[in-house]
Ligand binder design. Sequence first.
Ligand code: MLT
Length: 258
Amino acid sequence: MKLSYYEQGTGQTIVFLHGFPMDHTFWAEIQPRLSPDYHVVTPDLRGFGDSPSSDEKTTMETYADDIANFVQKQFPLKIPFVLCGLSMGGYIAMQFVRKYQHLLAGLILSDTRTKPDPENIAANRKIQAAKLETEGAAPLVDSMLPRLFSPWTLENEPEIVQKTKKMMIRQPIHGIAAAARGMAERPDTTFLLDSITCPTLVVCGEKDTTSPPDEMLEIAQLIPNSTFVEIPKAGHLPPVETPQHFTDVVRKFLQNLR
Ligand code: MLT
């Protein structure tokens, strides 16, 4: 699997994993803010952006394997590196921790969960995946949008909402369906939290209803060496809703790694 990616800057490597159904441009506001001081790498996950896929279903483990292979091949001298995953990117980051923790200098879990889907949500994902071929991505994206942003963003930042929507709608149908099926079957990774040994930042938007702050605080409390930060005004997507604040939080974490 050859992943498409974008890289900018030099120094400590940070690999950013986007959410569902998105691509590396999700990080467009973060990459230039950090790249004066860091080597920022934003891959397109398998089946998203320009990364190919012929999978019927892609498990979170497979995405994690892709990232491990990619970094070891492209940037062997940049290991250990920092991994940041948002939402689905965080589900993948937890699978990465399970198999490849030895490659990590630090971990950032943003707006994500370690619990699996409740049965009804998993079933709904499978139905949505089947419908994608006939209906396209628009109905799925429209159903997701209201839960992605805080009320503040929805009211004050319509351009951000529209730009994010466009990015989601242009993702390949096949890749979206494979990810939805993979997420529906993702395992509980809560048991892994107390085995995370690298410094970890747990960050989320204060108005995130998908991975709410109280659930993320519980995640942070189970990780031995972790910091928890809540970002005011943001919902499920702080890197696009409040990019400067998100960058400041990540930068502070990275500075403390030194
Ligand atoms: C995401 O942002 O990646 C999605 O909200 C993940 C999900 O649907 O569970």
